[in-house]
Design a protein around this ligand. Structure first.
Ligand SMILES: *[C@@H]1O[C@H](CO)[C@@H](O)[C@H](O)[C@H]1NC(C)=O
Ligand SMILES: *[C@@H]1O[C@H](CO)[C@@H](O)[C@H](O)[C@H]1NC(C)=O
Ligand SMILES: *[C@@H]1O[C@H](CO)[C@@H](O)[C@H](O)[C@H]1NC(C)=O
Length: 244
């Protein structure tokens, strides 16, 4: 058979490239390698390939969420359900996404830096939290921790709408350098099924970083937009909406 060896090579090449793409951040409760988790209670976006365990998602499965591990979420009062949902999306991404490691911080590999978020995601997040309160500007450095690793406010509580000017300000400061708002409306993450498309084009982006001209990046952008429209049409035909 002549076909057989070629076929085998294809399989090997494609599985190699998946290995390279899907990886877990180091440290914390991250797994060594992502694997499927069909029984998640939360973070279901990552059931096909996940860096967190069902035990972790269990912590997010009851609303209102008072604390996750040793971090209290209610230091300025319980969060509204809409705001809590965005906190969960961020927590799920950091703990569970097999793509997060692409943006690992070179100085501190358990952390992420400059993950590109979509403008609309940040604006909706801000809208969802603007009447909730918070005592910190930066979750990574502004808390005071006690001997049990529990977080406390150093300052008074303010509404989000006073702590942050807008969605961009919030996304780019709330988690230090972890997130940035993208110029693109397609090659950016919004913590829903559209991320599967975005990640493909973001992958191409980084592997061609040195050689990419603005024209190749605009053709990437168009390809991404086409793929997203195709996905929306398919969902429409199937009669399902993309879960936000
Ligand atoms: C929970 O918090 C402790 C202390 O801060 C930390 O060492 C541990 O890794 C955390 N566990 C998870 C599952 O994040
Ligand atoms: C990493 O550490 C180096 C040396 O301390 C510093 O110059 C650089 O700005 C740091 N990079 C990041 C992303 O924090
Ligand atoms: C968001 O707030 C920042 C910081 O105050 C400001 O520079 C920026 O122009 C604002 N963006 C919009 C769209 O209002």
């Amino acid at each position: 058979m002549i076909l057989y060896p070629k076929f085998l090579i294809l399989i090997i090449v494609s599985s190699l490239s998946t290995c390279k793409k899907d990886k877990c951040l180091e440290g914390g409760s991250h797994k060594n390698q992502p694997d499927p988790e069909p029984d998640f209670k939360e973070c279901t976006l990552y059931t096909k390939s996940s860096c967190c365990s069902p035990d972790f998602t269990e912590e997010l499965a009851h609303s209102p969420i008072i604390k996750v591990n040793t971090t209290y979420w209610d230091r300025c009062g319980t969060l509204s359900e809409s705001c809590e949902n965005y906190m969960k999306k961020i927590e799920c991404f950091y703990q569970c996404s097999p793509h997060a490691a692409r943006w690992s911080n070179p100085n501190y590999t358990a952390a992420i830096e400059f993950v590109p978020l979509c403008q609309n995601f940040c604006d909706d997040w801000y809208e969802a939290c603007k009447d909730d309160s918070t005592c910190i500007h930066n979750w990574l450095i502004d808390w005071e921790y006690d001997e049990y690793g529990e977080n406390h406010c150093k300052n008074r509580c303010f509404p989000y709408s006073q702590m942050y000017a807008n969605g961009t300000d919030m996304c780019q400061n709330m988690w230090g350098n972890s997130f940035t708002v993208s110029d693109s409306s397609c090659r950016c993450l919004q913590m829903n099924e559209k991320d599967a498309v975005a990640v493909k084009y973001l992958q191409l982006d980084s592997s061609e970083e040195s050689s990419s001209s603005s024209s190749s990046s605009s053709s990437e952008e168009q390809a991404c937009q086409r793929k997203l429209r195709k996905m929306a049409r398919r969902k429409e035909q199937e009669g399902v909406e993309i879960v936000e």
